[in-house]
Design a protein. Structure first.
Length: 532
């Protein structure tokens, strides 16, 4: 990247509030010591992907930002641009979502190149596009000879860029999928899949998949059977980040799914999950009890494991003997003995073994069958604190699920201390959320007073900080059922879920938490609507 464009991107980021002058001043000597570009250093220090800077530049120049995944290439028009012009000023004609052709450039200051293209193609509006996405489009259109620095699109550097961007965007998964025309890359960010960059040519996609398979210890000659592997990605100056990889054969080649096993112990605390203070206090009280069982329920991907890891970090591992059995072990916790489930070690087998190791606290990654559930309940009844997860839709539903697989109700009433049910919703970007007045239906769903007074909610807008999505990060919606004497008696007597909930003195429902977070402007009505 030339100095003029880097300076323009940095100035745009400063104007957009991506960082302040103090951060910029601190980054200059840091960039020199690392022998890296100032823009690259700022992106790393502020945990911002390159896209944020290009969105800021588009905003300051009054240009639309052309996302390669949402702006299709106009091949017929782009093919009219001579190769000599493309080498001097990379550009392409893309069609906006509204159907309007735009001349997309990564350097909006190259007026000579833009004017030359307009003389050939006619007057059309300009758009800004990231250089990497533009390079992939030009390679597909004209081959490597049209791309300056085409060597940067080799599979080695391409995977490094995808992995780096995935970390900066807080992605939990990377999907590389072979198709008829080529391959596409998608990232799961805040629970939603989004296309990353332009589609890759078939040869480049196959080379990228082979590169990842080599790094993950897979057999690159085997393309017709699923494989599993893993790699450690060096993320800056910290510990390498573990990435789990899985391949599967598809009609036009292979697909890879990479799970990013990153953790941030400094931020993963009970107080940062979105729990109400009173629920956090009750959970800490349950964890301090010498025996019993605490369950966290919800669907796959609902944040159950994160909640349990936060709970474990609340405990003093130097004073307590803490053992876990997980499938897989997602985060390493200092001072805790963690066992990985395998073909030789099942949940129930590991749990029975734990009882001979003088445990104080046992974490069971998931209760799947009667054998595991029965052993966990007996451990909780004989002087151990047990933490586990279960797949149910509500907190009272955990009792129904456990009885359905064969657990005795008297054991549940005697050992259960508390049940949390949870879901994850996206948080509104605090920098660009905008207030709006709730309509009549929203007021009714939120239980607002019907006195005609306006109810203000917040809606997503979009800015460079949130990559124009309007959302940034996720937070939990929680349901809490604490097992006191009345609830325990209801469980033992065979009460249904409704009666168990009615017996609780301070049952906090998922709908209550969703309503509270919408009214506080933490999330939007649309995100939480399904739980109201």
């Amino acid at each position: 990247m030339n100095e003029a464009r880097e300076a323009a991107l940095i100035q745009a980021g400063l104007q957009a509030g991506l960082f302040d002058g103090e951060t910029l001043a601190k980054s200059r000597p840091l960039a020199r010591s690392r022998r890296a570009g100032l823009l690259e250093t700022l992106a790393a220090e502020c945990a911002l992907p390159q896209t944020a800077f290009y969105l800021a530049l588009a905003e300051t120049r009054g240009l639309p930002y052309a996302h390669p995944a949402r702006w299709p290439l106009e091949e017929a028009l782009s093919a009219k641009l001579p190769l000599t012009l493309l080498k001097r000023c990379p550009m392409a004609v893309l069609r906006s979502p509204e159907g309007v052709p735009h001349l997309a450039l990564s350097n909006p200051d190259d007026s000579l190149g833009a004017e030359s293209a307009r003389r050939l193609l006619g007057i059309m509006p300009l758009a800004l596009i990231e250089p990497e996405g533009l390079s992939i489009l030009l390679m597909r259109l004209c081959g490597k000879e049209a791309v300056e620095g085409a060597e940067s699109l080799d599979p080695v550097r391409l995977f490094e860029r995808i992995a780096r961007e995935a970390l900066l965007r807080r992605a939990s998964d990377i999907h590389i999928e072979a198709g008829k025309e080529g391959a596409r890359v998608r990232l799961r960010v805040d629970g939603r899949l989004e296309v990353f960059g332009a589609p890759l040519a078939r040869e480049l996609g196959e080379a990228l998949i082979s590169r990842v398979k080599v790094l993950s210890g897979m057999d690159i000659s085997e393309t017709r059977a699923p494989q599993d592997g893993g790699l450690a990605y060096p993320a800056g100056e910290g510990e390498p980040i573990e990435i789990r990889a899985a391949s599967a054969p598809v009609k036009f080649g292979e697909r890879l799914t990479l799970r990013v096993m990153k953790s941030d112990p400094g931020r993963q605390k009970l107080d940062s999950l979105g729990l109400r203070p009173d629920i956090t206090a009750r959970l800490r009280k349950a964890l301090s009890h010498p025996h019993g069982i605490v369950l966290v329920t919800g669907p796959t991907g609902g944040g159950k494991s994160t909640t349990l890891y936060c709970a474990l970090r609340e405990l003093d591992a130097s004073r307590l003997n803490i053992l876990t059995v997980e499938d897989p072990v997602e985060q390493m916790i200092p001072g805790v003995s963690q066992v990985q489930v395998s073909s030789k070690v099942s949940f129930s087998a590991a749990l029975r073994s734990f009882l001979r190791h003088d445990p104080d606290v046992i974490l069971v990654g998931e209760i799947r069958d009667l054998d595991t559930a029965d052993t966990a309940l007996k451990a909780a009844a004989t002087g151990h604190m047990v933490l586990s997860t279960l797949h149910t839709n509500s907190a009272p539903g955990a009792v129904t699920r456990l009885t359905d697989i064969g657990c005795e109700r008297f054991m549940l009433g005697a050992t259960l201390r508390g049940i949390l049910a949870q879901r994850l919703v996206r948080m509104l970007c605090p920098h660009c959320r905008r207030p709006r007045e709730a309509n009549a239906e929203e007021k009714e769903r939120l239980g607002a007073q019907k006195n005609g007074a306006p109810l203000m909610l917040y809606a997503p807008s979009g800015c460079p900080r949130c990559l124009d999505s309007g959302y940034c990060g996720r937070i939990g919606l929680y349901e809490a059922l604490w097992i006191d004497e009345a609830v325990a008696q209801a469980i033992v007597s065979g009460a249904d879920e409704r009666a168990i909930a009615a017996a609780a003195r301070d049952y906090w429902r998922l709908a209550d938490d969703a309503r509270e977070k919408v009214l506080a402007g933490i999330t939007s009505f649309e995100e939480a609507e399904a739980f109201l």
